[in-house]
Design a protein around this ligand. Structure first.
Ligand SMILES: [Zn+2]
Ligand SMILES: [Zn+2]
Length: 385
């Protein structure tokens, strides 16, 4: 049997339906057509220095909208943050040292699961990984409880492709709080849903590890994120239930989500833009020190680069990058992608804000003629916001 044809309704019917608050086609998302404001993969690039052939700064926007709050999430975040403060107090007053070390170790595993796994491997395809490594990263990613890999990668691809527009899930144009955690306190807008729908996810569907986690996520996540981190300290070194629940579980989890949120908020608001000044994401050393991920202008300019930055010292001090390189040495990771210094230099000259440590305004090679050649953005504005 074919699908039943819905009768066409006139204006009067629509008004009546709205009055009675009938949930039907009237509540369907409006027609939205998000325009990409960022590159996601090398295949998206349009210029020789791997950018888009347009000034994306004009696409940044946040159309005013009435947010529909998700009260469950709001109460959950309130509980997490208040109980974490008590957990932090317990770290210094009553916890055994083993519990604190264990909490840090779990935090590190989650950070690598999310940073190397759902971020650099599955969202950006910046390297390839063999099944044992993908399995370990999937387990650590589940322990971090920030949605399954499939959803995390879809939302993060949407963030890069439509960065700082209405289709960006945590659009920084809506302010610091919205891009930090506000976006999780309300329902997704039709633009975000449409943006996500337009993202190609065929590689994720083809990965059995990702599909296994997606299928069993709600069974695995509570055990890995909450039950095991609480039980291990109690059974192995006789920690109290309260300390075991509040430190390696609640405090560790709350720190983990805030680390990722800070990159979306602070690193989109404060810092320099030596690679592309038309993008909001910035190089923020403060965010890097706390989150060990904060070279966000570099990351949004060249998202498929497995490195956090072009600066070797900071990569050497970034656990996610150290882990990927270690895995490459033992053959678990391969085909690591990075961008050549020539391209980076070319791009910094053309679209940077002049703050690049080598190729900024002080570079003698960056003369007026070169500036004119590369000028697709307004170089008058030397000030960094
Ligand atoms: Zn970002
Ligand atoms: Zn990214």
């Amino acid at each position: 049997m074919g699908k039943r044809q819905e009768p066409k309704l006139g204006d009067n019917d629509m008004r009546l339906a709205k009055k009675r608050n009938i949930k039907s086609e009237y509540n369907m998302p409006p027609e939205v057509d998000p325009t990409p404001s960022g590159v996601l993969f090398e295949t998206d690039t349009q210029t020789s220095d791997l950018g888009l052939d347009k000034d994306v700064s004009v696409l940044k926007k946040a159309t005013p909208r009435k947010h529909e709050f998700v009260w469950f999430n709001i109460l959950w975040f309130l509980f997490l943050h208040i109980s974490s403060l008590y957990g932090l107090y317990l770290v210094f007053t009553s916890a055994k040292w083993q519990t604190n070390v264990f909490a840090f170790a779990v935090h590190l595993m989650c950070a690598i699961g999310i940073g190397a796994g759902s971020h650099r491997l599955w969202t950006h395809r910046s390297f390839k990984a063999r099944t044992p490594l993908r399995t370990v990263l999937m387990i650590w990613q589940t322990m971090g409880f920030q949605d399954c890999i499939f959803e995390w990668a879809r939302d993060h691809r949407t963030h890069h492709k439509y960065a700082d527009t209405d289709a960006d899930p945590h659009n920084a144009e809506r302010g610091l709080f919205f891009s930090h955690m506000g976006w999780l306190c309300c329902k997704k807008s039709p633009e975000v849903i449409e943006g996500g729908r337009r993202i190609d996810l065929t590689d994720l569907y083809a990965d059995p590890v990702v599909m296994f986690q997606k299928k069993h996520y709600m069974k695995m996540m509570p055990i890995l994120c909450f039950v095991l981190p609480t039980m291990i300290p109690v059974y192995f070194w006789n920690e109290s239930w309260m300390n075991a629940f509040l430190i390696p579980t609640i405090l560790r989890y709350t720190c983990g989500i805030n680390v990722v949120w800070s990159v979306n908020s602070f690193a989109h608001a404060f810092g320099y833009r030596p690679y592309d000044k038309s993008l909001n994401p910035r190089e923020n050393i403060g965010v890097w020190m706390i989150c060990v991920e904060g070279f966000h202008n570099y990351h949004h300019t060249f998202p498929w680069d497995y490195r956090a930055t072009e600066l070797p010292l900071y990569n050497m001090l970034t656990p996610t990058i150290m882990f990927i390189e270690l895995m490459a040495k033992i053959g678990q990771a391969y085909d690591l992608k990075s961008v050549s210094p020539e391209i980076i230099k070319q791009r910094a000259h053309r679209t940077g804000d002049g703050t690049h440590h080598l190729w900024g305004w002080d570079d003698p090679e960056f003369n007026e003629k070169l500036k004119e050649k590369y000028a697709t953005v307004n170089y008058e504005d030397k000030n960094v916001e």
